[in-house]
Design a protein around this ligand. Structure first.
Ligand SMILES: *Cc1c(COP(=O)(O)O)cnc(C)c1O
Length: 402
Protein backbone atom coordinates (compact mmCIF):
# COMPACT_ATOMS: atom_id res chain seq x y z
CA UNK A 1 0.00 0.00 0.00
CA UNK A 2 1.25 3.47 -0.92
CA UNK A 3 2.14 5.40 2.25
CA UNK A 4 -0.06 8.32 3.22
CA UNK A 5 1.78 11.60 2.84
CA UNK A 6 1.13 14.14 5.60
CA UNK A 7 4.38 16.09 5.26
CA UNK A 8 3.46 18.73 2.72
CA UNK A 9 5.25 21.56 4.52
CA UNK A 10 8.51 19.73 3.79
CA UNK A 11 7.69 19.39 0.11
CA UNK A 12 4.73 18.64 -2.12
CA UNK A 13 4.24 16.34 -5.06
CA UNK A 14 4.37 18.25 -8.34
CA UNK A 15 0.89 18.38 -9.87
CA UNK A 16 0.70 16.23 -13.01
CA UNK A 17 -0.53 19.30 -14.93
CA UNK A 18 2.69 21.05 -13.84
CA UNK A 19 4.84 18.24 -15.17
CA UNK A 20 2.86 18.14 -18.43
CA UNK A 21 3.34 21.89 -18.89
CA UNK A 22 7.10 21.54 -18.35
CA UNK A 23 7.84 18.64 -20.71
CA UNK A 24 7.79 20.53 -24.04
CA UNK A 25 10.40 22.92 -22.63
CA UNK A 26 12.95 20.14 -22.44
CA UNK A 27 12.42 18.66 -25.89
CA UNK A 28 10.81 20.95 -28.47
CA UNK A 29 11.09 24.38 -26.95
CA UNK A 30 14.56 24.10 -25.55
CA UNK A 31 15.71 27.55 -26.68
CA UNK A 32 17.47 30.16 -24.64
CA UNK A 33 14.97 32.89 -23.75
CA UNK A 34 17.58 35.53 -24.65
CA UNK A 35 18.18 34.25 -28.21
CA UNK A 36 17.01 36.46 -31.06
CA UNK A 37 15.56 33.62 -33.17
CA UNK A 38 12.30 31.68 -33.11
CA UNK A 39 13.58 29.19 -30.55
CA UNK A 40 14.30 32.03 -28.16
CA UNK A 41 11.17 34.12 -28.65
CA UNK A 42 8.77 31.22 -28.03
CA UNK A 43 10.51 30.51 -24.78
CA UNK A 44 10.60 34.18 -23.76
CA UNK A 45 6.82 34.24 -24.24
CA UNK A 46 6.38 31.27 -21.91
CA UNK A 47 8.54 32.91 -19.25
CA UNK A 48 6.47 36.07 -19.51
CA UNK A 49 3.27 34.07 -19.15
CA UNK A 50 4.62 32.41 -15.99
CA UNK A 51 5.54 35.79 -14.56
CA UNK A 52 1.94 36.93 -15.11
CA UNK A 53 0.61 33.83 -13.37
CA UNK A 54 2.73 34.61 -10.32
CA UNK A 55 1.68 38.24 -10.43
CA UNK A 56 -1.94 37.09 -10.26
CA UNK A 57 -1.29 34.67 -7.39
CA UNK A 58 0.44 37.34 -5.31
CA UNK A 59 -1.79 40.25 -6.25
CA UNK A 60 1.28 42.15 -7.44
CA UNK A 61 0.77 45.37 -9.40
CA UNK A 62 3.26 44.54 -12.19
CA UNK A 63 4.58 41.30 -13.65
CA UNK A 64 8.14 42.67 -13.68
CA UNK A 65 8.05 42.73 -9.87
CA UNK A 66 8.66 38.95 -10.04
CA UNK A 67 12.30 37.77 -10.19
CA UNK A 68 12.84 34.04 -10.73
CA UNK A 69 15.39 32.36 -8.45
CA UNK A 70 16.44 28.82 -7.56
CA UNK A 71 14.04 28.63 -4.61
CA UNK A 72 13.05 29.99 -1.24
CA UNK A 73 16.54 29.96 0.22
CA UNK A 74 18.07 31.99 -2.61
CA UNK A 75 15.16 34.45 -2.49
CA UNK A 76 15.64 34.97 1.25
CA UNK A 77 19.40 35.54 0.89
CA UNK A 78 18.89 37.90 -2.04
CA UNK A 79 16.40 40.04 -0.12
CA UNK A 80 18.46 40.41 3.05
CA UNK A 81 21.82 40.98 1.34
CA UNK A 82 20.32 43.43 -1.14
CA UNK A 83 18.88 45.52 1.67
CA UNK A 84 22.18 45.58 3.56
CA UNK A 85 24.13 46.58 0.47
CA UNK A 86 22.11 49.54 -0.67
CA UNK A 87 20.90 51.47 2.35
CA UNK A 88 23.51 53.93 3.53
CA UNK A 89 23.76 54.27 7.27
CA UNK A 90 21.39 51.38 7.85
CA UNK A 91 23.13 48.15 8.85
CA UNK A 92 20.85 46.29 11.26
CA UNK A 93 18.43 43.42 10.71
CA UNK A 94 15.21 42.84 12.61
CA UNK A 95 13.80 39.33 12.29
CA UNK A 96 12.25 36.65 14.50
CA UNK A 97 13.48 33.73 16.56
CA UNK A 98 11.19 31.36 14.65
CA UNK A 99 12.26 31.95 11.04
CA UNK A 100 13.26 29.14 8.72
CA UNK A 101 17.01 28.31 8.67
CA UNK A 102 17.12 30.05 5.26
CA UNK A 103 16.91 33.31 7.23
CA UNK A 104 18.37 32.32 10.60
CA UNK A 105 21.58 30.76 9.28
CA UNK A 106 22.16 33.77 7.04
CA UNK A 107 21.69 36.37 9.79
CA UNK A 108 23.85 34.32 12.14
CA UNK A 109 26.59 34.30 9.49
CA UNK A 110 26.23 38.06 8.97
CA UNK A 111 26.40 38.63 12.71
CA UNK A 112 29.53 36.57 13.30
CA UNK A 113 31.44 37.31 10.10
CA UNK A 114 30.40 40.87 9.30
CA UNK A 115 29.40 42.13 12.73
CA UNK A 116 25.86 42.94 11.55
CA UNK A 117 23.59 43.62 14.50
CA UNK A 118 20.53 41.38 14.37
CA UNK A 119 17.45 41.56 16.58
CA UNK A 120 15.65 38.21 16.94
CA UNK A 121 12.13 39.03 18.12
CA UNK A 122 10.51 36.42 20.33
CA UNK A 123 7.06 34.83 20.36
CA UNK A 124 4.61 33.86 23.09
CA UNK A 125 3.58 30.33 24.04
CA UNK A 126 1.12 30.28 21.14
CA UNK A 127 3.79 31.34 18.67
CA UNK A 128 2.49 34.91 18.29
CA UNK A 129 5.06 37.64 17.65
CA UNK A 130 5.92 40.09 20.44
CA UNK A 131 4.84 43.18 18.50
CA UNK A 132 6.04 45.64 21.15
CA UNK A 133 9.58 44.22 20.99
CA UNK A 134 9.41 44.41 17.22
CA UNK A 135 8.41 48.07 17.41
CA UNK A 136 11.25 48.84 19.82
CA UNK A 137 13.85 47.03 17.69
CA UNK A 138 13.01 49.08 14.56
CA UNK A 139 15.00 52.29 14.28
CA UNK A 140 17.10 54.59 12.12
CA UNK A 141 19.76 51.86 11.79
CA UNK A 142 17.36 49.15 10.57
CA UNK A 143 18.13 48.18 6.98
CA UNK A 144 15.48 45.48 6.75
CA UNK A 145 12.85 43.76 8.82
CA UNK A 146 12.13 40.19 7.75
CA UNK A 147 9.22 38.27 9.22
CA UNK A 148 7.80 35.06 7.76
CA UNK A 149 4.16 35.11 6.66
CA UNK A 150 3.43 31.63 8.02
CA UNK A 151 5.59 29.48 10.23
CA UNK A 152 6.58 26.18 8.64
CA UNK A 153 6.41 24.19 11.89
CA UNK A 154 3.18 25.39 13.50
CA UNK A 155 1.44 27.14 10.60
CA UNK A 156 1.04 30.27 12.75
CA UNK A 157 0.33 33.36 10.63
CA UNK A 158 2.07 36.65 11.35
CA UNK A 159 0.39 40.05 10.77
CA UNK A 160 2.82 40.97 8.00
CA UNK A 161 0.75 43.81 6.54
CA UNK A 162 0.85 45.59 9.91
CA UNK A 163 4.53 44.72 10.46
CA UNK A 164 5.40 46.07 6.99
CA UNK A 165 3.63 49.36 7.75
CA UNK A 166 5.58 49.67 11.00
CA UNK A 167 8.90 49.04 9.21
CA UNK A 168 8.06 51.56 6.48
CA UNK A 169 7.32 54.24 9.08
CA UNK A 170 10.91 53.97 10.30
CA UNK A 171 12.34 53.97 6.76
CA UNK A 172 13.35 50.29 6.79
CA UNK A 173 12.59 47.79 4.04
CA UNK A 174 10.25 44.90 4.82
CA UNK A 175 10.69 41.36 3.53
CA UNK A 176 8.55 38.31 4.20
CA UNK A 177 9.42 34.66 3.72
CA UNK A 178 6.03 33.58 2.42
CA UNK A 179 7.16 30.14 1.24
CA UNK A 180 4.51 28.41 3.38
CA UNK A 181 1.75 30.96 2.83
CA UNK A 182 1.78 31.20 -0.97
CA UNK A 183 -0.89 28.94 -2.45
CA UNK A 184 -2.53 28.25 0.90
CA UNK A 185 -4.02 31.64 1.76
CA UNK A 186 -5.12 34.47 -0.55
CA UNK A 187 -2.51 37.24 -0.90
CA UNK A 188 -2.88 40.76 -2.26
CA UNK A 189 0.48 42.50 -2.22
CA UNK A 190 -0.86 45.63 -3.91
CA UNK A 191 -2.83 46.34 -0.75
CA UNK A 192 0.25 46.09 1.52
CA UNK A 193 3.55 47.89 1.99
CA UNK A 194 5.62 44.71 1.74
CA UNK A 195 8.77 45.46 -0.29
CA UNK A 196 9.99 41.91 -0.94
CA UNK A 197 8.50 38.40 -0.66
CA UNK A 198 10.05 34.94 -1.09
CA UNK A 199 8.28 31.89 -2.47
CA UNK A 200 9.29 28.40 -3.56
CA UNK A 201 7.90 26.11 -6.27
CA UNK A 202 8.12 22.80 -4.45
CA UNK A 203 5.95 23.94 -1.55
CA UNK A 204 2.97 24.55 -3.84
CA UNK A 205 2.91 21.47 -6.07
CA UNK A 206 5.51 22.94 -8.43
CA UNK A 207 9.02 21.72 -9.21
CA UNK A 208 12.00 21.80 -6.85
CA UNK A 209 14.87 24.17 -7.54
CA UNK A 210 12.72 27.08 -8.70
CA UNK A 211 11.32 29.99 -6.75
CA UNK A 212 10.76 33.69 -6.98
CA UNK A 213 11.43 36.92 -5.18
CA UNK A 214 8.82 39.64 -5.43
CA UNK A 215 10.50 43.06 -5.47
CA UNK A 216 8.10 46.00 -5.31
CA UNK A 217 8.57 48.48 -8.15
CA UNK A 218 10.92 51.24 -7.06
CA UNK A 219 12.65 49.21 -4.33
CA UNK A 220 16.41 49.68 -4.43
CA UNK A 221 17.86 46.31 -5.35
CA UNK A 222 21.28 44.67 -5.57
CA UNK A 223 21.52 41.31 -7.32
CA UNK A 224 22.98 38.38 -5.41
CA UNK A 225 24.04 36.59 -8.59
CA UNK A 226 25.60 38.81 -11.23
CA UNK A 227 26.07 37.80 -14.84
CA UNK A 228 24.06 38.36 -17.98
CA UNK A 229 21.09 40.68 -18.40
CA UNK A 230 18.48 38.05 -17.44
CA UNK A 231 15.61 39.03 -15.13
CA UNK A 232 16.31 42.73 -15.87
CA UNK A 233 19.80 42.27 -14.48
CA UNK A 234 18.41 41.24 -11.11
CA UNK A 235 19.51 37.58 -11.35
CA UNK A 236 22.20 36.48 -13.77
CA UNK A 237 22.24 33.05 -15.42
CA UNK A 238 20.25 31.35 -18.17
CA UNK A 239 16.65 31.01 -17.03
CA UNK A 240 15.49 27.62 -15.75
CA UNK A 241 12.73 27.65 -18.34
CA UNK A 242 11.06 24.29 -17.57
CA UNK A 243 11.12 25.21 -13.86
CA UNK A 244 9.71 28.67 -14.51
CA UNK A 245 6.93 27.24 -16.71
CA UNK A 246 6.17 24.63 -14.03
CA UNK A 247 6.04 27.26 -11.30
CA UNK A 248 3.75 29.37 -13.47
CA UNK A 249 1.40 26.42 -13.91
CA UNK A 250 1.51 25.70 -10.17
CA UNK A 251 0.58 29.33 -9.52
CA UNK A 252 -2.36 29.13 -11.93
CA UNK A 253 -3.61 25.97 -10.24
CA UNK A 254 -3.17 27.54 -6.81
CA UNK A 255 -5.35 30.49 -7.81
CA UNK A 256 -8.12 28.25 -9.12
CA UNK A 257 -7.94 25.78 -6.21
CA UNK A 258 -7.43 28.30 -3.37
CA UNK A 259 -10.98 27.82 -2.07
CA UNK A 260 -10.29 24.14 -1.60
CA UNK A 261 -7.45 24.92 0.83
CA UNK A 262 -9.80 27.01 2.94
CA UNK A 263 -12.66 24.49 2.86
CA UNK A 264 -11.84 20.85 2.13
CA UNK A 265 -8.20 20.81 3.27
CA UNK A 266 -9.05 22.78 6.41
CA UNK A 267 -11.90 20.38 7.22
CA UNK A 268 -9.59 17.37 6.81
CA UNK A 269 -6.96 19.01 9.05
CA UNK A 270 -9.58 19.78 11.70
CA UNK A 271 -10.92 16.24 11.55
CA UNK A 272 -7.44 14.80 11.97
CA UNK A 273 -6.69 17.17 14.85
CA UNK A 274 -9.92 16.45 16.72
CA UNK A 275 -9.33 12.74 16.36
CA UNK A 276 -5.79 13.00 17.70
CA UNK A 277 -6.77 15.20 20.63
CA UNK A 278 -9.19 12.45 21.62
CA UNK A 279 -6.20 10.20 22.42
CA UNK A 280 -5.45 12.43 25.41
CA UNK A 281 -2.35 14.07 26.92
CA UNK A 282 -1.60 15.97 23.75
CA UNK A 283 -2.25 19.51 22.61
CA UNK A 284 -2.00 21.78 19.59
CA UNK A 285 1.12 23.93 19.19
CA UNK A 286 0.77 27.35 17.57
CA UNK A 287 -1.93 29.95 17.22
CA UNK A 288 -4.98 27.73 16.74
CA UNK A 289 -7.26 30.55 15.60
CA UNK A 290 -4.75 32.03 13.20
CA UNK A 291 -3.03 29.23 11.33
CA UNK A 292 -2.51 27.85 7.86
CA UNK A 293 -5.47 25.62 6.95
CA UNK A 294 -3.24 22.60 6.26
CA UNK A 295 -0.96 22.41 9.31
CA UNK A 296 -1.37 20.73 12.67
CA UNK A 297 1.56 20.48 15.07
CA UNK A 298 0.70 18.28 18.02
CA UNK A 299 2.74 17.83 21.19
CA UNK A 300 2.41 14.32 22.61
CA UNK A 301 3.40 14.55 26.25
CA UNK A 302 6.06 12.21 27.69
CA UNK A 303 7.02 10.79 24.29
CA UNK A 304 9.92 11.03 21.87
CA UNK A 305 8.91 12.35 18.47
CA UNK A 306 11.45 10.10 16.73
CA UNK A 307 9.71 7.00 18.08
CA UNK A 308 6.29 8.24 16.94
CA UNK A 309 7.60 9.06 13.45
CA UNK A 310 9.26 5.66 13.23
CA UNK A 311 6.09 3.78 14.16
CA UNK A 312 3.91 5.95 11.92
CA UNK A 313 6.29 5.28 9.07
CA UNK A 314 6.05 1.53 9.64
CA UNK A 315 2.27 1.85 9.59
CA UNK A 316 2.43 3.70 6.26
CA UNK A 317 1.92 7.28 7.42
CA UNK A 318 4.53 9.96 6.68
CA UNK A 319 4.62 12.93 9.05
CA UNK A 320 7.58 14.82 10.48
CA UNK A 321 9.12 15.95 13.71
CA UNK A 322 8.22 19.45 14.93
CA UNK A 323 10.56 20.57 12.20
CA UNK A 324 11.85 18.68 9.19
CA UNK A 325 14.95 20.86 9.31
CA UNK A 326 15.73 19.96 12.92
CA UNK A 327 15.37 16.24 12.30
CA UNK A 328 18.62 14.39 12.18
CA UNK A 329 19.88 16.49 15.06
CA UNK A 330 18.65 15.69 18.56
CA UNK A 331 18.17 19.34 19.40
CA UNK A 332 14.58 20.35 20.09
CA UNK A 333 13.12 22.66 17.47
CA UNK A 334 14.16 26.33 17.79
CA UNK A 335 10.55 27.30 17.14
CA UNK A 336 9.20 25.25 20.05
CA UNK A 337 12.03 26.46 22.29
CA UNK A 338 11.12 30.06 21.44
CA UNK A 339 7.52 29.22 22.40
CA UNK A 340 8.66 27.89 25.78
CA UNK A 341 6.89 24.60 25.22
CA UNK A 342 7.07 22.66 28.51
CA UNK A 343 9.82 20.03 28.78
CA UNK A 344 7.41 17.10 28.96
CA UNK A 345 6.01 18.04 25.53
CA UNK A 346 9.04 19.49 23.77
CA UNK A 347 10.40 16.28 22.32
CA UNK A 348 7.11 14.72 21.37
CA UNK A 349 5.97 17.27 18.80
CA UNK A 350 4.78 15.94 15.45
CA UNK A 351 3.86 18.07 12.48
CA UNK A 352 1.08 16.87 10.22
CA UNK A 353 0.84 18.94 7.05
CA UNK A 354 -1.84 18.23 4.46
CA UNK A 355 -2.44 19.29 0.88
CA UNK A 356 -5.24 19.22 -1.64
CA UNK A 357 -4.07 15.73 -2.64
CA UNK A 358 -5.12 14.24 0.70
CA UNK A 359 -8.42 12.40 1.01
CA UNK A 360 -10.80 11.49 3.82
CA UNK A 361 -9.38 7.98 3.54
CA UNK A 362 -5.88 9.27 4.38
CA UNK A 363 -7.14 10.97 7.51
CA UNK A 364 -9.12 7.93 8.60
CA UNK A 365 -6.08 5.73 8.14
CA UNK A 366 -3.96 8.09 10.28
CA UNK A 367 -6.69 8.09 12.91
CA UNK A 368 -6.71 4.33 12.89
CA UNK A 369 -3.00 3.91 13.56
CA UNK A 370 -2.29 6.80 15.96
CA UNK A 371 -4.57 5.61 18.79
CA UNK A 372 -2.74 2.26 18.62
CA UNK A 373 0.78 3.69 18.51
CA UNK A 374 0.59 6.39 21.17
CA UNK A 375 -0.64 4.31 24.16
CA UNK A 376 1.83 1.54 23.31
CA UNK A 377 4.74 3.96 23.28
CA UNK A 378 3.55 5.51 26.53
CA UNK A 379 3.60 2.19 28.33
CA UNK A 380 7.31 1.96 27.60
CA UNK A 381 8.11 5.62 28.31
CA UNK A 382 9.89 6.13 31.67
CA UNK A 383 8.71 9.73 31.80
CA UNK A 384 5.10 8.63 31.30
CA UNK A 385 5.40 5.94 33.96
CA UNK A 386 6.65 8.50 36.45
CA UNK A 387 3.88 10.91 35.53
CA UNK A 388 1.24 8.17 35.76
CA UNK A 389 2.41 7.14 39.25
CA UNK A 390 2.36 10.70 40.51
CA UNK A 391 -1.00 11.74 39.12
CA UNK A 392 -3.16 8.67 38.64
CA UNK A 393 -5.38 7.12 41.30
CA UNK A 394 -3.89 3.92 42.84
CA UNK A 395 -6.15 1.63 40.83
CA UNK A 396 -5.36 3.43 37.58
CA UNK A 397 -1.61 3.37 38.08
CA UNK A 398 -1.78 -0.32 38.96
CA UNK A 399 -3.57 -0.92 35.72
CA UNK A 400 -0.93 0.99 33.75
CA UNK A 401 2.06 -0.79 35.22
CA UNK A 402 0.63 -4.26 35.17
C1 LIG B 1 10.99 25.29 2.53
C2 LIG B 1 11.15 26.66 3.07
C3 LIG B 1 12.20 27.49 2.65
C4 LIG B 1 13.27 27.02 1.68
O1 LIG B 1 12.80 26.94 0.36
P1 LIG B 1 13.68 26.10 -0.71
O2 LIG B 1 12.97 26.35 -2.01
O3 LIG B 1 13.62 24.69 -0.28
O4 LIG B 1 15.04 26.70 -0.70
C5 LIG B 1 12.30 28.75 3.17
N1 LIG B 1 11.40 29.20 4.08
C6 LIG B 1 10.37 28.45 4.50
C7 LIG B 1 9.40 29.01 5.49
C8 LIG B 1 10.22 27.15 4.03
O5 LIG B 1 9.22 26.39 4.48
Amino acid sequence: MRPIYLDNNATTRADSAVVAAMLPYFLEQFGNASSAHAFGSEVAGAVKQARKSLQALLGAAFDHEIVFTSGGTESDSTAILSALDNQDGRDEIVTTAVEHPAILALVEYLRTSRGIKTHLIGVDSRGRLDIESYRRALGPRTAIASVMWANNETGTLFPVAQLARMARETGALFHTDAVQAVGKIPLDLKATEIDMLSLSGHKLHGPKGIGALYVRKGTRFNPLIRGGPQERRRRGGTENVPGIVGLGKAAELAVSLMDEEQTRVRALRDRLEQGILGIGHCFVLGDEQNRLPNTSNIAFEHLEGEAIIHHLNRAGVAASLGSACASGSMEPSHVLLAMNVPMKALRGAIRFSLSRENTVHDIERALQVLPEIIPKLRVSSPSWQEHAHVTASPSRSAELTS
